[in-house]
Design a protein around this ligand. Sequence first.
Ligand code: SF4
Length: 355
Amino acid sequence: MNRKSTKEIQIGHIKIGGNHPIAIQSMCTTRTKDISSTVAQIKELENEGCNIVRVAVLDFEDAKSIEEIKKEISIPIVADIHFDYRLALAALDAGVDKLRINPGNIGSIDKIEIVVRKCQEKHVPIRIGVNLGSLEKDVEEKYGRSAMGLVESAKKNVKILEDLGFNDIVISLKASDVMMCVEAYELASLTFPYPLHIGITESGTKTTGAIRSSIGCGILLSKGIGDTLRVSLSSDPVEEIRVAKEILATFGYLKKPQLTSCPTCGRTQYNMIPIAQEIEAYLSHFPEKQIKVAVMGCAVNGPGEAKDADIGIAGGKNEALLFKKGVPIRKIRESEILSELKKEIELLIKKQRDD
Ligand code: SF4
């Protein structure tokens, strides 16, 4: 897949844009000033595969907390700030790695310039995050609540920064209408040289949000658009990382084990679904491995349908057939399916390591 080339931007130790991998982002749901809870949540996100994390900065206590939080975590941290330029300065003093702030919301150009100069001094990029819910009045009057309106609003904010000689910029354009959001990012990728942080905002709860995000981000990624990715869910942010990883792995942008499992049907003669779920959880312990495992409901269609799998089982009555690349290897008793399959997966991973 050909990715659109964008300007390389450094966020802490992570580089985005250029040819760098698409970074997975999430946002803490804790109060930032509650340092121990925020650190605990960031560590959980880190373990799950999050590359960059954002925290809300509502006051000076939040901004100052970033310094303590940073001592405990190893991924870059982004401060989300609205309106008050002094909070942006405090976050910069606390060592934040990126600011999410719209210059158009800060007020006078003097205040914007103070923030911009400090960002330049500390090599901290700014993400302009345009949201359909907060378009400027004149933009909304001219373009309505539309993809064009989102891009025009981004243009205004980008111009403010560029006029001050600042171009360490990342852009996001958020709308909960999936197709409008897609159109806005397509337009933005033709308009700006800067990296795009993609995602569908307010996309809903775990299931609906995952579906809408997969469709929206999937269309964009298939066109090579997107440098960082956030799946926004009304759920534990750890779920956001799981969905984001699955989206990126589907496009080959991320190495991870893949589980193939059938929906089961009248042919299934064993309790397959809990086995598929447990194997999926087990595979998450090997995040970098590119192995394909299949858990199939019957031996009639299972091995053939999962021919791509490096290893798989197809259940029958009181037993299951173990197969590799569609070829039957041996039969295993139903009570031993999980332990035998896990053993085979470990052997496969060990072999990959040795090769
Ligand atoms: S693999 Fe077998 S059990 Fe699973 S859906 Fe297909 S026919 Fe049904």
